[in-house]
Each structure stands twice: as C-alpha cells, then as structure tokens.
Design a protein around this ligand. Structure first.
Ligand SMILES: Nc1ncnc2c1ncn2[C@@H]1O[C@H](COP(=O)(O)OP(=O)(O)OP(=O)(O)O)[C@@H](O)[C@H]1O
Length: 545
C-alpha cells in the first residue's frame, strides 16, 4: 500500500497534463444538448515530464479524432466537469506559453501570401543588412519582428543551436516569405521552440517534408526533448512511420474517445488489423519508386508532335543564386508526371512558371502547345489558368472559410477569374457531362458535406473540396501539389487516385508529393537536386510491387 501511494505521488509530481473522466465541447450551449466532442468521456490520460517512471512523456496520437484530441490537450475546448482536465506541473513563466501547439494545416498570416507576391520579391539579404531586415527568418523565429513583445532578445547560443538542429542556419537571413513550404514548416517549428515550452504538441509534424527533412526533424525533436526536457505529443496518420523514440500511442475516434492506448507496437498492430489491409500495408508500398530508368528529353516527344509544355534553357536566378538552371523539359500531352526533389529544390517555382504566377513566366522560358510564352504574345494570365486545374498548399490557405464545400467545388467551373480567386458572380454555372460525372462519383462525400462552410470541414474534406474543384472543369493540365498530403482516410485517397488514373488519363498531370503512396500512378518523373549546384534529370517512373 505504501509503495503505491509513493508511486502515485511521484507520478502527480511529474504530471504535465491529466484528463480524468472529461467531456469536451466547443460552446456552453452545446452542453444542454449533450453535443460533446467525443461519444465517451476521456477516462484517464496523462502526459508526464520526460524521464518520469511509467514513461508517458512522448506520445503519438492516431485516429480520425486525433486533431481534436490534440487541441483538447493544448487547452482548447471547454472541459466538463471543469477540473477533469488539469496541468498540475505546468509552470507559469512570465506569460510565455508553456504549451506550444503547432498545426501545419492551419494557415497563419505568412501562409496567406499569393505566390506571385513571393516571386515579385527577389530578396536575399547580405550579412550587414540583417539587423534592419525585420522580416528575416532569424527575426521571425526569435520574435524580434514583433514590436509588442520583448522576446527578440534570446540566448544567441540557444538560437544558433536550434537553427542548426533544424537545418535553418543557411536560411536565417532570407525574407521569411521567400521560404519554400518545407523550409517554412521547419522555421515554424523553431519559433514554437524558442521559448523552451514544457509541452510541445504537433499535428502532422512531417507534412510536406522530404525524406531527409523528416528524419532530421524527427531526430531534432528527440534531441530537443531530451536536452531541454520537453514532453512531446505528435498527431500522425495510420500510414505514417512512428519515430522510434515515441513511448506511448493512443488511437482516438469521435465515437469512443480513446479507443486503444499502449506501447507503439501493441497499438499499431491492433489498429492495422482493424483497417483494410490494402489501405495500410500495401498502401505503404503503393507507387513506390523502386528504380528510375533515365531518359533523354528528345525521347519524350515524337519529332513530328508538338509537346504540350516545353521548357527551353529555362533559368531562374535570385541575385546570383540559381534556383533553376538551363531546364530543358518536354512534356507530351496526356502524360502523368511526378516532380520530385527535396525541400527548396524548385518544384513550386517550376509550377509557378507554368501557371504564370512567376513574373519570369513571360520571358520566353516555356512554350505551351508550341506557342512561346512572352510579353505581347496574345495570351494572358486568365486564358492560361482557364485550362489549368490546381490544388496546392498556397491555394488551400486562400479559401474563404465561409464558402461551403459545394461552393468551393463549383468555383472550379467559373471562367476568367484565375485559379487563386474564389469570387462568384452569383450566376449559376452550367454543368457539362464531365462535371456531372465528377459530382456523381463523389456523391456520398458531397452529400455529407455540401452545405458545411469550408472553415468547419475536417482537413480531409477541405483537401477533397480542393481536389474536386481542380478536376471539375476537366482541365487540359492538372497540377496536384501536395493535394493529398493531409488526407487521413485511406479509402478516400484510393478513390481520388483512381479518378486521376482512369478518368483523367488523357489530361496532362503534374504532381508533387514527398511520400510515394500519396501519389496516383505516374508515367515519368523529373528529379530536381542540389542546394548550391542545381541540376535535374528525367526518368521513367518504375513502380514497386
Ligand atoms: N523571392 C525569393 N527570393 C529568394 N529566394 C526565393 C524566393 N522565392 C523562392 N526562393 C527560394 O527558391 C528555392 C525554391 O523554392 P520552391 O518553393 O520552388 O521549392 P520547393 O521545391 O517547392 O520546396 P518545398 O518542397 O519545400 O515546397 C527555395 O530555396 C526558396 O527559398
């Protein structure tokens, strides 16, 4: 008996977050109607300080309700009864938030920048300019660009260590808005860690990161947690690899609350047994790039045929720093491509040249259907975008949250507004046969969400709305930039892939993803490499079994 009470005492002394028989809801009025987040109360959940007996300081949360559960852990939503959620050992330190919650799906001010704005600025600051450049990566991370806080004065050794751990040292003087998606995500992570929180909660921490960056961020999280004694909760998808340093795993659903909880091995084998095998086991190997047979640009298009898109000696250089150099790439009509490369290698830059978001798009770097694109050539931004369907993280962050699921989809049919515009002129857009086919194929998903405002949809449904918006006009060119990277419903993912592979077989498709199984099947791959020395190669896409 004595031993148990001592153990309990030690546990509560080490406990950062405790939930006992808690229900959660977004508004008081929902309490009366029993509208709670989870069908059952969360009976017993605990996050301890690192190194505590019982080892539950490093968690991975899976399941359809993982994002809501992480928000509950971060103190969002009302707890009922009020004391069912407590933070016994969280220290109050000068108002600095000791819990840091980072959700890469939610867009912040810096995400809401049109691509064109990013490329209009050719900013690469020299050493001497750093103190004046309020919007440098360094100042963003340390908070020195925020005049309302005194948080700009940080221990320089700690800051440089953090920058090194997250491979941001070489980017620290750049303008924050010029970072690529993956680079920006690493910068956000560094910002979350700058005030040394006690509990770090990250939903989808590896989203949009290339393989090396994923390993780097995973290792950094392990080291940071150890060196600074920070407890960590990660929200992951069932298909994701669980970092080896995770101690405990919970699977959470809206019906049951915490459905399964235990060691990573026990919980994962149990979850994976319950899901259709082809979606998890085989899913992980799906479209795996096993071998890449190099091909030459000239082999791609028959000499008599005009390529759909052709880059000829295209280069993009920022103040002497090349991002693309002498790109020669012929894209035959109706071929499906993967644009593959680590974060910052220029994938989005290529796409923005095609969509004319990049100012250099008009400098004779590419031809479409044999017509060289240059100023005065007769085509304009809207003509170009009428023929393109696109889903991308940049676009995702621009969708007005009050537009419904259905309005966002139908917006894909509105002509002459560009792809990043969500304005409607109010008139009804006629549906052609293909649009009807799209709507009937995804009838169930549409029925479930049609009138829900975009801001209230799950991220999976938001991604689906953007995907359907991109395909509904049967574009001549479809661009899928991380279009499926947040979808955590394996069956829906399969359905979208099959739509691209079969129903859009004749459309030219360019897609970006860092994880093989997030992609529909492709015919070819363009592989971009290099940080200082930029290069590229073209390959046949050889799929694994
Ligand atoms: N306006 C700018 N000034 C300076 N550098 C820029 C500017 N815009 C982009 N860059 C740099 O160009 C490089 C390529 O960026 P791009 O967004 O094309 O990469 P990416 O391959 O799409 O990366 P990710 O996988 O992270 O999305 C990055 O190193 C980025 O920092």
């Amino acid at each position: 008996m004595r031993c148990t009470s001592i153990c309990r005492k030690t546990l509560s002394e080490n406990c950062l977050l405790k939930i006992t028989n808690g229900n959660f809801t977004s508004e008081y009025k929902d309490l009366k109607s029993n509208k709670t987040l989870f069908g059952s109360a969360i009976r017993d959940f605990e996050v301890t300080k690192p190194g505590s007996p019982g080892k539950s300081s490093l968690w991975a949360i899976f399941g359809p309700a993982k994002s809501d559960f992480l928000q509950v852990a971060a103190g969002r939503f009302l707890s009922v009864p009020p004391l069912s959620r407590s933070y016994p050992q969280l220290q109050n330190d000068n108002g600095h938030n000791k819990i840091q919650f980072l959700n890469f799906r939610e867009s912040t001010g810096i995400d809401k920048v049109h691509l064109s704005a990013r490329y209009e600025s050719f900013s690469y600051k020299g050493e001497a300019e750093i103190s004046d450049d309020v919007n440098s990566v360094y100042n963003y991370i340390t908070g020195a660009n925020n005049y309302n806080s005194n948080s700009g004065h940080k221990d320089p050794k700690y800051v440089s260590n953090l920058l090194e751990l997250l491979n941001l040292g070489h980017l620290s003087k750049k303008w924050i808005n010029s970072l690529s998606n993956g680079q920006l995500r690493r910068a956000k992570l560094a910002k979350a860690l700058i005030n040394k929180p006690q509990l770090l909660i990250l939903d989808d921490p590896f989203l949009g990161l290339d393989g090396d960056s994923t390993k780097l961020v995973s290792r950094s999280l392990r080291d940071i947690s150890k060196d600074l004694s920070i407890s960590v909760m990660l929200g992951l998808r069932v298909q994701d690899d669980v970092p080896e340093w995770i101690e405990k795993v919970a699977f959470v659903t809206h019906e049951d609350g915490i459905k399964i909880c235990g060691t990573p091995e026990s919980v994962l084998s149990s979850i994976r047994e319950q899901l259709p095998a082809e979606t998890v086991h085989a899913g992980k190997n799906k479209n795996k790039m096993t071998s890449t047979e190099k091909i030459h640009n000239d082999e791609l298009v028959h000499p008599d045929r005009v390529p759909h898109i052709e880059f000829k000696n295209a280069s993009v250089i920022y103040r002497g720093l090349p991002i693309l150099q002498d790109l020669n790439w012929r894209i035959p009509k109706g071929t499906h491509w993967r644009i593959f490369g680590a974060n910052g290698t220029g994938k989005t830059t290529i796409l923005s040249l095609i969509t004319a978001d990049h100012p250099q798009s008009w400098r004779s770097v590419l031809s479409v259907d044999g017509v060289l694109r240059k100023t005065g050539s007769g085509s304009n931004f809207f003509d170009i975008n009428n023929k393109i369907g696109i889903s991308s993280p940049e676009l995702h962050s621009l969708v007005p949250s009050n537009k419904t699921f259905m309005q966002v989809i139908l917006n894909g049919l509105v002509k002459n507004i560009g792809n990043s515009n969500f304005m409607f002129d109010g008139s009804k857009v006629p549906l052609d046969d293909f649009a009807k086919h799209v709507l009937s194929t995804f009838n169930d998903e549409i029925n479930a969400n049609a009138n829900t405002p975009f801001g209230q949809l799950s991220t999976t449904s938001q991604k689906l709305a953007l995907f359907l918006r991109s395909v509904i006009k049967k574009p001549e060119l479809l661009i899928l930039d991380e279009a499926f990277s947040c979808i955590d419903d394996p069956l829906l993912l399969e359905k979208c892939h099959s739509f691209v592979e079969k129903d859009l077989r004749d459309t030219t498709v360019l897609q970006i993803a860092h994880i093989d199984w997030e992609l529909p099947k492709c015919d070819y791959v363009i592989h971009l490499t290099g940080d200082d020395q930029r290069s590229y190669s073209l390959h046949k896409y050889v799929q694994g079994q």
